[in-house]
Every structure is written in structure tokens, then in C-alpha cells.
Ligand binder design. Structure first.
Ligand code: 3AM
Length: 177
């Protein structure tokens, strides 16, 4: 199984995000059901590893908190834009939760994530240089701000890479409190 740990989003927020998802040439929009905030990508895990991951995540403890999405941005690699995302307002609780997830998974043998955590919700994937259409899309939607999103649990998703879009299935939810 291909696994990742994420915060699932309330349907109202998913709906708002899908309303943003139009009028940008070259964008492959994420389907509404698939919107999430990744805390940690795990990758392929066998049954034994999945069981260990499940136990590790079940031991997470913390207090619930809220965060908000704010503005848009993109990730670039070698001068090509590969991801258009909704950003997240600076939030210490979210950063702490991401660290806790990483620590819990490290205990069951997963190497620590080397990349700095940049919380985001992917809206679209693309493969293009920065275009005027992209910059004006981001400018036009940069005032986007979600309602406060309550986080009381994290979700372990499996990801099945289909031909077109991946299918994400919530395998387990872990309450923080
Ligand atoms: O939340 P986003 O959309 O940014 O890009 C994948 C997606 O991120 C990412 O994990 C999330 C759920 O699939 N992902 C996929 N393969 C990855 C890899 N090899 C990866 N992240 C890091 N390394």
C-alpha cells in the first residue's frame, strides 16, 4: 500500500477550493474529494509496516486546534511549476503536529523527512514555466481565506495511482485528544 498521513478537510472548504479550480490553462485540477493537507508522505508499506504505522499514529496525543487556509502559491522545480496550492496561515500548532507525526513514524523506522514542512493544499498539478496566466490567477485569488478549520484528528490515507487521478481512501482516523 502507498500511504500518507494528512488532515482531511471539511466539505465546505473542499467546495470552496473547487470553486477556485477553473480558468487556468495547463492546470490539472485536483478533484474536490481529494483535497487534503499532507502531514507526511510515507510511500509503499507492507502489511507489517502498516500495522506498526497504525500503532504509532494511535499513540499520538495533543490538543485540537484550528488553522486557516490563506492565499495561493506554487512550487517550482528546475524552473517548472509543478504544484499550485492554497497556503496556510502561519500556525505553531500545525507545525507541532507535523513534528509529532514525524517523530512517531521515526520510532517505527521511517527516515525523518528532509524537506522543510510547507503546509499547503494542492489545488492543481502542472508542468510549465511561470506564465502570465498563472501569476494573474494567483493575484486574482490571493485574498482567498478559509473559515477556521478545526483539527481533532489525523487520517492515514492509502493512495491508489489510477490512470487519471489517484484514489485516496481514508484507512484510519486518529483522535488527538
Ligand atoms: O499533498 P500534496 O498534494 O502536496 O504529491 C503527493 C501528495 O502531496 C505527495 O504525497 C501527497 C499524497 O499523495 N507525494 C507523492 N509521492 C511523494 C514522494 N515520493 C510525495 N511526497 C514526497 N515524496
Amino acid at each position: 500500500m502507498r500511504l500518507f498521513v494528512a488532515i482531511d478537510l471539511p466539505w465546505e472548504v473542499k467546495e470552496q477550493l473547487s470553486e477556485l479550480s477553473c480558468n487556468l490553462p495547463g492546470a490539472r485540477w485536483v478533484p474536490e474529494d481529494n483535497f487534503h493537507l499532507t502531514l507526511r508522505f510515507i510511500g509503499e508499506a507492507n502489511r507489517l509496516q502498516a500495522e506498526e504505522i497504525d500503532l504509532a499514529l494511535a499513540s499520538l496525543r495533543g490538543r485540537g486546534f484550528t488553522f486557516s487556509l490563506s492565499g495561493l502559491g506554487w512550487f517550482e522545480k528546475n524552473g517548472r511549476v509543478n504544484t499550485l496550492f492554497a497556503g496556510v496561515e502561519r500556525n505553531e500548532d500545525l507545525a507541532r503536529l507535523q513534528t509529532k507525526v514525524g517523530t512517531a513514524l521515526h520510532r517505527v523506522g521511517l527516515a525523518p523527512e528532509k524537506r522543510r514542512f510547507t503546509p499547503h493544499v494542492t489545488l492543481a498539478r502542472m508542468d510549465q514555466a511561470v506564465t502570465p496566466a498563472l501569476t494573474s490567477f494567483v493575484q486574482a485569488n490571493n485574498l482567498y481565506r478559509s473559515v477556521p478549520i478545526r483539527v481533532d484528528n489525523v487520517t492515514l490515507f492509502s493512495s491508489f495511482l489510477g490512470k487519471d487521478q489517484p484514489t485516496y481512501t481514508p484507512e484510519a482516523e486518529y483522535a488527538l485528544a
